[in-house]
Design a protein. Sequence first.
Length: 393
Amino acid sequence: AMVVYYVSGAEGSTWSFFTVTPCILFAFRGSIVPKLLPQILYSIGLSVVAVYLSESKQFEFGPAAQQGTGYLGILVSFLLVFKTQSSNSQWWQALTHTNQMLSQIRSVAIVVSGIFHWDKHSEVELHSKRIIRLLVLYFFVVREYFQRSGANPTRDDKTKDRLRDEIRSLTGGHEFAVLYPGEAVLTKGSESKHDHTRPSIILFWISLCLRKVLDHKACDPPIMSALVGQISSIGNQFAAMDQIDKTQFPLPYAQIVKWLVLFFLSLLPFTLVEKCGWATLVFTSVATIGFFGLDEVAEILESPFGNDPNDINIKECGADLMQDLELMSRSRDFELDSVFALDEAINFSQQLAQADPTKSQFADMYTNELRSGSTSDLHKVHPFGVTPTVHLS
């Protein structure tokens, strides 16, 4: 889902500290640490001033001021944790809506390819293929929308041109004119007066195609009703994604957090210098990375569809989506195999026993119990530890 992947110790290993930890500590792409260089230099400069004043006995921070700085640090920590957690939750919600949108696009394609009666009329097949094309077009329009809007739009002309070329290749002349009115079909994305178009018009076109299919009675009304609901849900997922991407933290909250973080880190060197001396430079630098770093991370996560390396990578979903929809449309007349014979009972464990003989143990015991009509010992072998209710006639 993200552009930046990193080595993880998810499997757990005695050597993960030596193999995984260094890869994470010294990762550069997607790291927030290089962006904190101005803040780190600021804290080091204040620390040098604090050490100089302390050694020359020109300034001394009293115990009361030190205690007050500690209380301020606790307040700032709570504010930053809340901001970061809220942004992290927002990022995961955006990812959830993205996956749900893609899943529902696939669900619509499954019904169109597998349930519509294409042989009812030649127009049914025409509109069905058009729906599948429009579903892919919808994805690319959504991608362009998020890449060229929000707080972090792309500024690369080649990216703008490629996004528009992909959409142009999936549309006809009339459709392109509706999506980008007042422009020639061959207008480059970087030269267009329209940064993007609204995806909702494509869902409307899909609805028109569904109506044509229904007119030819190529789909049962209940199934068509569910399909219309899916189309509506796809639009709702986009609206939720857009709301997350365009909603920032309220300015008063963001402003207060930045002021308090700056004030606290400005006081911290003078609080530590009496006992830490020149080590103050190290401690204040680490504290700066922690406090300013969390604030920067929160601001990155609150706009999850931009061009930052840590944003959600919508691009990588396109190839899989097109491949799935192509396979569905081409498999309408695919002849499926019959693994179980017509007069053969379904027995997955026995089938899997061809690869692993131990897999058949439960199936054999369960089948014998069914034949004998007894269920007294089923709970001993049932995989969930629950005795199933069996009715035999």
